[in-house]
Write a protein that binds this ligand. Structure first.
Ligand code: 3PY
Length: 252
């Protein structure tokens, strides 16, 4: 069954103390409410165990923002999927455009990370999206199809069913520009059709495809009203409960 999901991506923000407070605020803000979506907090590695402890017993789940492409060993500074899972986190954001851009993550690396995440019981939130020049050249459809194909279509149907997709047009990240709801719907539909072609219609219909890129309380309802937009991966607006709650409440 396809799920509606609102996931925060805190990126490299908040001290540990601030992160714990933020998680407590988000938890308090949804307390006693009937939610129309799953809520996930994507937090820095240093915060995972503490945030997982804060949200214990609530519907909120915790995600890492990355994991290593190796299972263990001499990789100074890396954090493995097994380590992430040992903190109580259940999800991991992979392939965010900032990782692709600044850390040169390619599809082979990402495919390894997805494999390790799944092997360690983590649900990947796999990000795809085109840069501005690709959109302007009309290549956005082929770019996102290729990203999904190259990193994910080697998975068995059973494993692919565990993956959440997040379409994040790079030109809309941290720029204040948002894809219109129509632009988001058009490309989400395209992604779902690519999944259907590979794994069949039932798998495609069950796959959650989130929109990310300057999604906020003001535009979430319109974006989420589209049939193929199943929620959001939220950057800046996930950094306070006041801004995050209206996005969660966009699913009522
Ligand atoms: C943004 O909205 O800025 C994001 O990158 C969410 O991942």
């Amino acid at each position: 069954m396809r799920k509606n999901i609102v996931a925060g991506n805190w990126k490299m923000n908040t001290s540990l103390a601030e992160g714990i407070l933020l998680a407590k605020d988000v938890k308090a803000s949804i307390e006693g409410k009937t939610l129309g979506c799953d809520v996930i907090l994507g937090v820095p590695f240093t915060h995972l165990a503490s945030v997982a402890e804060v949200v214990k017993g609530s519907p909120i789940k915790v995600a890492a923002e990355d994991c290593a492409a190796y299972d263990k060993g001499a990789y100074t500074g890396e954090v493995s999927a097994e380590m992430v899972a040992s903190t109580g986190a259940t999800h991991v954001i992979l392939g965010h455009s900032e990782r692709r851009m600044y850390f040169k993550e390619c599809h082979e690396t990402l495919a390894k990370k997805v494999r390790l995440a799944l092997d360690n019981g983590l649900t990947p939130i796999f990000c795809i999206g085109e840069v501005l020049e690709e959109r302007e050249a009309g290549k956005h459809f082929e770019v996102v199809s290729r990203q999904v194909e190259e990193s994910l279509f080697g998975l068995s149907e059973t494993d692919f069913r565990k993956v959440i997709l997040a379409y994040e047009p790079v030109w809309a990240i941290g720029t204040g520009k948002t894809a219109t709801a129509e632009q988001a719907q058009e490309i989400h539909d395209h992604i779902r059709k690519a999944v259907a072609k590979k794994y069949g219609e039932a798998v495609a219909q069950d796959c959650s495809i989130l929109y990310g890129g300057s999604c906020n309380g003001g535009n979430a309802s319109e974006l989420f009203s589209k049939p193929d937009v199943d929620g959001g991966l939220i950057g800046g607006a996930a950094l306070t409960a006041e801004k995050f709650l209206p996005i969660i409440e966009a699913f009522d």
